[in-house]
Design a protein around this ligand. Sequence first.
Ligand code: ADP
Length: 390
Amino acid sequence: MSTAARGTRVLVLNSGSSSVKYQLIDMADEQRLASGVVERIGEPGGAADHTEALRTVAVELGGRGLGLDSPELAAVGHRVVHGGTRFTAPTLITDEVLAGIEELVPLAPLHNPANVTGIRVARELRPDLPQVAVFDTAFHATLPEAAARYAIDTATADRYGIRRYGFHGTSHAYVSRATAALLGRDPADVNVIVLHLGNGASASAVRGGVCVDTSMGLTPLEGLVMGTRSGDLDPAVVFHLQRVGGMGTDEIDRLLNKRSGLLGLCGDNDMREIGRRMAEGDKAAQLAFDVYVHRLRRYVGAFTAVLGRVDAIAFTAGVGENSAAVRGAALFGLDSLGVTMDPVRNAVRGHAARLVSADSSRVAVAVVPTDEELEIARDTYALAAAPQGG
Ligand code: ADP
């Protein structure tokens, strides 16, 4: 049986710990037919659990004549945060695959359980429909061992699955390709540093379409300064907090994931608010901005060395797409690396992919809006519409 005749619509589900985001996309023209979010799952006034949240999504879509029972629906695509070393590409979901995703829960305790529940409920609602898992880690599966390995005892690392997996892969894949398209070049010929700066933030080095380094590691905690996450720090900080601060593991986990980064430095995690405070001369906000930008510059420099030749640097996600101040400060004075910004282009706001570097710049600097849902829908449709064996 071919599924190609089923229809052309893909429902993309992003089941987080406390919300379910959805988009319905018609792959015939890649138009968005519906999108929304069910928030505050498990909180007063919100959906009781993920089952109820997904039923709410079904009701919302049904009310618009786009119900889950529609014959136009070809497949459901699920964002799954951690694929470990086992899932390195979008995967058609079977019982065995679902069990495999569940086995990865220890690596992503905050994320994979919600993804698993989302898949379960969607399969209950439409058992006949192909469902596809698209992994945040998959694009980074090509990291060479030199980049993926932590320098700790190999047997211990292997026993516990400790290595750099990387995240935001769907966005890094989409943006690196879109950057090549903006330059009018084949992705296979272009080396790009992608800076995904949202609430979570990560950088990647992409050589000819293949990811060769990334800033996030075993978990999304490593790397850049983020809204509420510390990013890189000396691992001995953790021992110090335990021994001297008397803090427990869960407490330190919360501190580093939820109360650090921009929020920890100045009390705000929204770059817009930090910008407003800086304009009023607020010192803590200025420090938070400076630490954020300093880390970003370090990664730009590091990934320039990793790639050897950089054709483009692409900014994406909430901060990357909107903050001219962050872009300008991150790349200020890097003419010796071939990076020359055009301050006027950088200051212009816009929604389309665009260049913000000077014409004389050897390295193109681009603002490229990410679209993780479309990328998931494309991956899903490609798998679901392909002839299935058997
Ligand atoms: P998420 O990682 O949750 O998907 P986004 O990519 O939407 O987040 O980014 C959210 C962040 O983007 C906000 O916390 C805010 O700091 C930043 N942001 C959004 N709009 C602007 C803006 N106009 N100027 C500066 N920063 C912005």
